[in-house]
Design a protein around this ligand. Structure first.
Ligand code: F0G
Length: 534
């Protein structure tokens, strides 16, 4: 047959309330044209974010019943750490702990072993008792919680050492919350990807293989290090996939080379691993040497290069809640941010500082603001994300939408599609007629809500704060809107509706209003709280 065999079916159904243009217009006015404040119940298709919006599987719902709500070291804590080791470190997913708990059993000897287990030096998730002695894995409710704890502690350490100094943290593309957190620590975020590569589109709109447009531009990174000096760069980040750069994939080659440069200078190399599984899928499909490897095998190599990572597991945890901050036991991150006595013994372990902050903000270390139910849904969800059929269906859905836009003649579609969404470049969409101050991408997004009940996210001049950036940083902004594709949720009918709506809006693009900020221009992450008017 000349069609794909489907991968799953849905049996939880939500009906959509049909609303009129006038009703949505009223809601837009009442909420000061702030997209984040627009009521979801008035929308036809909500593509604002793929974060936590996942439709969970039957296995996840059933796992939730196994959640243990104990305050101290609930059962799920051990099972989740084991799932992370399976998915990120072992290259294999035997699901031993999860299967045991599903069978209503508990391996008491294993639990006791684990309590005394101080993982071999070099792991990202020390054992249950070792988390007391050498804490290095911190459960979090979501990604930005991990970032804010990380950057707050790093700022404190750096400031104690060299008061008042400004640092730069380069990445292939920081997400907006990561930028916000770095800025709040008084440092400068930089996004060093290759913009020319990003904006290239082949004739006919199709690449044979993914060109890995999310890669770090290694030459730019080296140039920045030479210019600023290693003492001014406390860490180097890589985001997989590169959400800010249109959800584009990052090659293993780029991750390896970035780590090599970082380690040459003993700078900690960090991953933002929110979409780790999608990135592994792109590597499997498109990078030489990975076709026969499983997702956990590829992940094992990917994580082997980092000294630590933050991750929102509301994405590739296939879950509605969850996050993690972890660092490599005795790795570069630990060495750089711990304090040592002259004889080399540890004076202050950075892990202890992070744990104190975690506990004071998010509760005991074994739940990190997640309920026992959430922990179990996430544990199962991590394994779900290793399923290649699921990943294929997801990436194919993004491609269908992107190709649909392209074939409809809409200008500015970023190709290939990312792993979690489709992006349209607003400069091209508006024939380069709108200025950076007009926030035309936000005008587009609001008009899409008003006319067709479709919500997308502006990730360009408005939310990436073009007007508040230095000329150097401004060159790094791509003026896009994103159509996020929720995990395991949409059908082809949703996609066809969105394609038809955007085509109609494109044909009438001259009438889309520019937007003006009337309140909150300079607030950090202003798109969450600013007021606008057409
Ligand atoms: N890093 C990346 C790459 C992200 O995409 C996000 C969130 C975060 C960190 C923060 O994680 O939301 O769990 O606190 N991205 C969502 C999005 C919100 O719509 O792209 P969080």
């Amino acid at each position: 047959l000349n069609v794909e065999v489907p991968n799953s079916f849905t049996y939880v159904t939500k009906n959509i309330t049909k609303t009129t243009v006038e009703q949505r217009e009223r809601a837009l006015q009442a909420t000061h044209y702030n997209e984040f404040a627009f009521p979801a119940g008035l929308l036809i298709v909500d593509m604002l974010s793929d974060s936590g919006t996942t439709a969970m599987t039957d296995m996840q719902w059933s796992a939730m019943f196994l959640g243990d709500e104990s305050y101290g070291r609930n059962k799920g804590y051990y099972v989740l750490l084991d799932a992370m080791r399976d998915c990120f470190e072992r290259g294999d997913h035997p699901k031993k702990s999860l299967n045991l708990i599903r069978n209503g059993e508990q391996d008491v000897e294993k639990l006791l072993d684990e309590l005394y287990l101080v993982e071999e030096e070099g792991g990202l998730f020390n054992g249950g008792a070792a988390q007391l002695e050498r804490p290095n894995a911190f459960l979090m409710p979501q990604g930005r919680a991990a970032e804010s704890i990380l950057f707050e502690i790093v700022r404190k350490i750096l400031n104690d050492r060299e008061p008042g100094k400004t640092f730069t943290i380069p990445s292939n593309g920081h997400f907006d919350t990561t930028e916000g957190n770095i800025k709040q620590m008084g440092s400068i975020p930089r996004n060093l990807y290759n913009k020319e590569l990003l904006l290239e589109v082949p004739e006919g709109g199709e690449y044979e293989k993914n060109p890995f447009k999310g890669d770090m531009d290694i030459a730019k990174l080296q140039e920045l290090i030479d210019k600023l000096g290693i003492e001014n760069i406390p860490m180097i980040y890589t985001t997989v996939t590169n959400n800010t750069v249109c959800g584009q994939a990052v090659s293993m080659k780029s991750i390896r080379e970035t780590a090599e440069i970082a380690h040459k200078y003993e700078i900690p190399f960090m991953l933002d691993a929110a979409r780790w599984a999608e990135n592994c899928y792109f590597i499997k499909m498109n990078e030489e040497g990975y076709a026969d490897k499983s997702i956990p095998e590829i992940a094992k190599e990917m994580f082997s290069y980092c000294d630590g990572f933050t991750a929102s597991l509301k994405k590739d945890g296939h879950a509605n809640m969850g996050g993690i901050l972890a660092f490599r036991d005795k790795g570069y991150f630990w060495k750089k941010f711990s304090d040592f006595n002259e004889d080399g013994t540890v004076k202050t372990d950075v892990g202890i500082l992070l744990k104190v902050k975690q506990i004071s903000s998010y509760g005991n270390d074994s739940y990190g603001s997640m309920s026992g139910h959430d922990i179990m849904a996430l544990t199962q969800g991590l394994y779900e994300c290793c399923n290649v059929d699921y990943l294929k269906e997801r990436v194919d859905q993004c491609n269908y939408l992107a190709k649909g836009f392209y074939d409809a003649g809409i200008k500015g579609v970023v190709l290939p599609a990312g792993g979690h969404g489709v992006y349209i470049n607003m400069d091209e969409f508006f024939d380069h007629k709108r200025s950076h101050e007009s926030f035309a991408g936000e005008g587009f997004s609001l008009e899409l809500i008003r006319r067709y009940g479709i919500r997308v996210a502006e990730l360009g001049d408005y939310s990436m704060e073009y007007d508040l950036k230095t000329p150097e940083q401004q060159k790094e902004v791509v003026n896009v809107v994103r159509f996020a594709v929720n995990r395991s949720m949409y059908s082809k009918a949703h996609m066809d509706y969105v394609i038809a709506a955007v085509k109609a809006l494109y044909e009438d693009r001259e009438s889309i209003p520019n937007m003006r900020i009337t309140m909150g221009h300079n607030l950090p992450m202003r798109h969450f709280h600013a007021f606008l008017e057409p």
